[in-house]
Design a protein around this ligand. Structure first.
Ligand code: GLP
Length: 255
């Protein structure tokens, strides 16, 4: 696991954008996209590179991590809409090649199983982290080998996400479809990004705590290719922060 600590969240956003640009320029690729505020600076930077530097996403296929159950299609807070608004709608990627679980399906478990089957060959998977250590919507207690399925949100997550629903926790759906931890771990390269002190405890548990379902993001420790991109505040509870900084500062050209 490579842990990169930057002074600002903006610098972290550029690093995540660099990883994505690198795979996109190499040829056809499948990207795993996260919603939430964490990747927004990276997405803004990718949009800028598309507009100003001709970075093309025409050969990209994209899969979202998760979706709320029960929001009508086209609801502004459905993750399908959020990703269109924040990223894909500003790129030259065909809308039919951006996939999300169908949260308005009358049979959510069937929609989850269908999505799981369609998820193949994800190269880079972008991830945020919840304040309780969730990735995607895999709440604490999620099986480390779980596949895409319906989950019930923890109260803390609904509380955290109420800001997107007029500050009303009652307006936040209770159920979601999320890629499982086993599904996420099939991606070739996991890139988790976090900024702010409110993420510091979850980041420390994920990076330096035990591998445990109590912190779903700790699954990163089980994966062979992981990059964690943090600002100083999100890294503030890491015991080995100075070692990670030293590794990054002395990285040889061949690494
Ligand atoms: C959300 C999403 C996650 C996201 C996380 C953190 O509920 N399901 O994919 O990474 O919680 O959100 P944020 O980046 O807004 O802090």
């Amino acid at each position: 696991m490579e842990v990169l600590i930057h002074r600002s969240a903006e610098a972290g956003g550029r690093v995540v954008a660099d990883v994505v640009e690198d795979v996109v320029r190499r040829g056809p690729t499948v990207l795993g996209l996260a919603t939430g505020s964490s990747p927004l600076l990276a997405y803004a930077e990718l949009i800028r590179r598309h507009r100003e530097e001709g970075l093309s996403f025409a050969r990209v296929e994209a899969f979202l991590l998760d979706e709320y159950v029960g929001l009508p299609a086209g609801h502004p807070e459905s993750y399908r809409e959020v990703i269109r608004r924040e990223l894909t709608g500003h790129l030259d990627i065909d809308a039919d090649r951006v996939h999300a679980p169908d949260g308005s399906h009358p049979d959510p478990p069937a929609a989850a199983a269908e999505y799981e089957k369609s998820l193949v060959g994800v190269g880079v998977q972008i991830l945020g982290i919840g304040t309780n250590g969730h990735i995607g919507f895999n709440e604490p207690g999620s099986s480390l080998m779980s596949l895409t399925r319906v989950k019930t949100l923890a109260r803390q997550t609904r509380d955290d996400n109420a800001r997107f629903f007029g500050d009303s926790i009652d307006a936040v759906p209770r159920h979601v479809i999320t890629q499982g931890l086993g599904t996420i771990a099939r991606a070739g390269h996991l890139v988790l990004t976090a900024a702010g002190e409110h993420k510091a405890a979850a980041v420390a548990a994920a990076v330096e705590g035990p591998l445990t379902a109590s912190c779903p993001a700790s699954i990163l420790q089980w994966h062979p290719h992981v990059t964690v991109v943090l600002d100083d505040a999100a890294a503030s509870r890491l015991e080995r922060a100075s070692f990670y900084r030293e590794i990054a500062a002395q990285k040889p050209a061949w690494a």
